[in-house]
Every structure is written in structure tokens, then in C-alpha cells.
Design a protein around this ligand. Sequence first.
Ligand code: EPS
Length: 406
Amino acid sequence: MLVPIKSGSVYQHNMLRFLTAGESHGPVETAIIDGIPAGLEITEEEIQSELDRRKMGTGRGGRGFIEKDKVNILSGVRYGITLGSPITLSVNNMDFDNNLKIMTNKSVDLESMKKSRLTKPRPGHADLAGVLKYGFTDIRNVSERASARETVMRVALGAVAKKLLSELHIKVASHTIQIGNITVNSNNYNFEKILTIDSIDPDIRCLNPDFSVKMKKAILEAIKQKDTLGGVIEIITRNVPPGIGSHVHWDRKLDSKLAQSLMSIPSVKTVEIGNGLQSSHLPGSKVHDEILFDNNRYFRKTNNNGGIEGGISNGEDIVCKIYLKPISTLGNPLNSVDIITKKKVQADIQRSDICVVPRAGVIGEACVALILAELCLEKFGGDTIREFKVNYRNYITNISDHVSSV
Ligand code: EPS
């Protein structure tokens, strides 16, 4: 019989939290994650392999070829093992602009900064709302931090979260199901195949080769037209036990936390759990997943609810989709208004990506992994990985005891 070791105040004590910092063309992107138990094996190479996955895909702009995205572990890990103390990660920006040392260097030439400032906000970007909110006359003060470059740290942190989840056999995978108006049917997915999608189709990350060709063509056409394209990614998590998240408070619900995390990825405008969009058109009898019991466990034949009911995981795959709008920096810019002159102008043209959808899957996986790691730590607690795993196994034994005593 396994003995529970966690104390009653686990929720506060084992809270996983993190912060990222860095401007897109500043010297460094950095992050601190706190709450990872001691004893987790993690190396720079493991984090690096996730960052390398994020660099793949058709539709990248020139910046992608400049950045190395080489990660450094600066604290919280010794000899490849976590210490229970905050873990600091950093990635140097190769395309570093000295003007972005403004926070430490007051002696920069303000006149030339004034001349180089960006004043023509891009529709769809944080540019205009950001300068109004923070009282700036240079859009770069906003766009540098609003940049999707920040997701480099989310992916690095997500690698740590994924490693923690792997201790509970939880795996996260993603694939592309839409680029522009080309959509592939993702029903009856093969999870093991999705786990290997990077080697099958590194350019688009789509399981169907015919659709992948069409999607790639669409991106190349958008490049020719100086336009941009959005799309849809599906992110699937397997082996999450029933009972992660909670129905008792709005901000402890697994689906509400996943939605916030995924919605925070730049360009994401919709987060769908299970078949949420389609379900809104159907009667309940065609939507809800009937409950079955066999081999000492409950299961469902369908998974329209995407593995979450009442904000709690039900043991089925957690299925999320993210819908991305096209990138807002356009080669043929839309109309805008200059924030200094208030005259009608065309928005700034800046070097940019054309389509971020293929690699958004890697970012989405990280966002999902960070939430599941947080909620698994809330549920199972522990200062060490051993405690965490014993508590997990104890819980799994308890729920199957509950089943057989009914
Ligand atoms: C981004 C604009 C581009 C992208 C960048 C995100 O950068 P730049 O303005 O330097 O050309 O390449 O993404 C990355 C650098 C990255 O690593 O993902 C934006 O404005 O969001």
C-alpha cells in the first residue's frame, strides 16, 4: 500500500509559476520557472530539441535564418538534475539592436532614436492600442515585446514542463489541420503518428501528404502575393488521468486555464476544446460521450468533449484546437493613420514571417504542457520527483479501489 506524503497545503506550496522577459531585438530572451520539484533530470540538449522544432516550417521570414535559439540553463539545475529552486533559462538574440539597450544605456542619441521611430501602426498588431495605453510615440516600444519572438521562452519552459509530465507518462503532440482555406479532416487521428510528424513532414506538419502539398503551395502563393496566411493546429495530450483541474472555481478549471494559455500565443483568435464549434450546432444526444466501463476503468467511445467535463480531465485525450489569424505585418500594407501627424498612411512594412501556423503547433504544445504541469503539481504535489510520482501512483490506486468497491 502506497502512503500519501503530501500535506494539506499543497495547492499554495507547489504552485508552478513562470515569467518571461525580453524584447524581440534586445540582447536576450529570458525566463524563470519556479515550483519544479527537485530530482527531475533535464539537460540543455532536451530543451534545445524543442527550440529546434520551433524553428522548422514553411513560411518563416528572414529572421528565422539569423537566430540560433541556443538555450542556456543559468540556475536551478546541477549535473542535469533540478534542485527545487527557480530555474532560469536564456536565449541570446543574434539580431540584437543596440538601440534596444535603452533600459541600461541612457546615453544613446535621442535625436537619432526619434528619427528611427516607427509611427505607422499595423492593423491587427498591438501597435496602436499599445502606444495609446503606454503613452509612447515610437511603436517599437510596444511591438518589440508584443512580438512572437517571446514564444521562444515559452517553448523552452514547455520543454521543462513536458519532462515533468513524462514522469507520469503524459505526452503532448500537435499537427496542422488547416492553412488558409485548405482543411484536412482530423477525426480518427493516430496519436503515435502525430508524435512523429516532425520527421514525416517538417515543412507543414500535416498528416495527409496530399493536403500538405496543397498547404505548402498556398503559403508559397501568399509569399508571391506579399500576403499572409493563418490556419488551425490541433494539440492532443494523452495519458492525463481523470481528476486534473477542478469544477469548484472558474480559475481552476482545466479548460479555462488551457484557453488562456493558448489564446496568449500571438495570432490565436479562437481556442476550441474537443469538437466545441461543431457541438454548438448539434443536439445533446449527438454530442455527449457515452460512459462505458471495462477492464476496471471508465472510458468513452467518442471524445467530442475533448477529454474535459466540468473543468476536470476525464481520462480521455485532451484535444485542443487553436485558430490563428494571418500575420498582421503585410508586404502590401493596409491603410492606417500616422500616430504623430494623424494623416492617412499605409502601415509600416517590416520584415516578417508569412505563415507561422506550422510551428505554432510546437508553441501550442508548450502552452498546454505548462498548464498540465501546473495542475498535476497542484494535484500530486511533492518537493521531489519521487514524492510527486508516489502521490500520483497512490491516487491512481485510490481511484481504481473506488471503482471496485462500488
Ligand atoms: C515577429 C517578426 C519577425 C519574426 C519574429 C516575430 O521578426 P523580425 O521583426 O526580427 O523580422 O521572425 O519571430 C521570431 C524572431 C521568432 O523567433 O519566432 C513578430 O513581430 O511577431
